[in-house]
Ligand binder design. Structure first.
Ligand SMILES: [Zn+2]
Length: 390
């Protein structure tokens, strides 16, 4: 399904621009007309992170004239394995500054528009409105629904991508020509049903594969060439090295783009990472140790049984002395390995999984069990700064 170009051509290119873009200009489908459309284009990128990095760099190099960036984060060292728009000397700088510098160095003809803010139901439509299309590089549920709904309400195409370990997905959601994200997934999953963020991880180069698919789709839509990924879901498996593409249909009952929409204004969904179930919240009340309290118990030689409920790969990075590893999923079948006499203290990375573990322990009769609030991350920060972090 070919679609007309989203953008009108800009005026004549300069001699320098013609030389810079010459490898585009000699492709018959792009040519002078397509390059002038790119120059006139306004693209909004949500997130200057894993997906946003390659996408922004390739769009800038390609000559997209106006690139808006939404981000409020700072660069940290654990970003650099995949967020290639930032470098080692950028650690501690706002991602917007770092990304804008890289884009300027790649192509001084690009205007970077900074939105140093978190996208919310209050600002999303106003931020998105002046752009021709939106690329989502954020890869989290609240932002995904927010961007989808804002794009439906503003009539903009939404170039979506998602990454997890070795798996990537991409699609173009555009209610005027095909399905939107809610046609596939009408509502976000309830908090607690999403694996905790610490259980994620992503192969860095996967960001380049999916990010360049997003940049590719943006260029096609802006210039009106090829067959856009509208109504199709691309599924990429980096381990098998396979690309599949499945048809996705518009749902006439879709809550935002269907015949009788129930979502008529934007919704701020809760952040899913770091949200614990009601049972875990109840169990943790009055049974939560701070990192300092736990270190005092350890230093005093008190008899406690420390149980690490993270995954083996995390245990290899850091652990508390004397702890025993029982991943959360194995805990129900391994309760007999826990001592009945000493109080059990469970911990994880940030205190979410350990709160769930604590609920299970309390239900199983370990009434004196406690968990470490803030997890080993908090312990490393406040008690043992030499401990490796992740
Ligand atoms: Zn829809």
């Amino acid at each position: 399904m070919a679609l007309p170009a989203l953008v009108e051509p800009a005026g004549e290119l300069s001699r320098d621009e013609i030389f810079r873009y010459s490898r585009h200009l000699i492709i018959p489908d792009v040519a002078m007309d397509g390059q002038r459309r790119l120059k006139n284009a306004r693209v909004l990128l949500v997130g200057a992170g894993g997906l946003g990095s390659p996408t922004a760099m390739y769009l800038a190099a390609a000559g997209v004239g106006h690139i808006g960036l939404v981000d409020f984060d700072e660069v940290d060292a654990s970003n650099l394995q995949r967020q290639v728009i930032h470098g080692t000397s950028d650690i501690g700088r706002p991602k917007l500054d770092s990304a804008a510098d890289t884009i300027r160095e790649l192509n001084p003809y690009v205007e970077v528009i900074r939105h140093e803010t978190r996208l919310t139901s209050d600002n999303a439509r106003d931020i998105i409105r002046p752009y021709d299309l939106v690329i989502d590089g954020s890869d989290n549920f609240p932002t995904r629904y927010l961007v989808n709904d804002a794009c439906v309400l503003e009539g903009k195409p939404y170039v979506w991508g998602s990454i997890y370990r070795f798996d990537g997905q991409a699609s173009v959601f555009w209610a005027e020509h095909g399905p939107c994200y809610r046609c596939l997934y009408p509502e976000p999953p309830p908090p607690g049903m999403v694996p905790s963020c610490a259980e994620g991880g992503v192969l860095g180069v996967l960001c380049a594969t999916i990010g360049s698919v997003q940049a590719n789709e943006a260029i096609k839509l802006l210039t009106g060439i090829g067959d856009p990924l509208v109504g199709r879901l691309l599924i990429y498996d980096a381990l098998e090295l396979s690309f599949k593409d499945i048809r996705v249909r518009k749902d006439p009952e879709c809550p935002v783009c269907g015949k009788n929409p129930t979502v008529t204004e934007l919704i701020d969904y809760e952040e899913f990472c770091g949200v614990v179930s009601d049972e875990a919240q109840t169990a943790a009340a009055g049974a939560t140790l701070t990192a300092k309290e736990l270190s005092e118990l350890i230093n005093d030689g008190r008899p406690i049984a420390l149980v690490d409920v993270r995954e083996p790969a995390e245990w290899q990075i850091n652990r508390l002395p004397g702890a025993k590893l029982i991943p959360l999923a194995e805990l129900p079948s391994r309760l007999t390995e826990l001592p009945q006499t000493e109080p059990v203290v469970v911990y994880c990375k940030t205190g979410v999984r350990s709160a769930e573990a604590l609920a299970l322990l309390k239900q199983s009769g370990f009434s004196t069990a406690k968990h470490l609030g803030g997890g080993i991350a908090s312990y490393a920060k406040t008690v043992d700064p030499d401990m490796p972090r992740y």
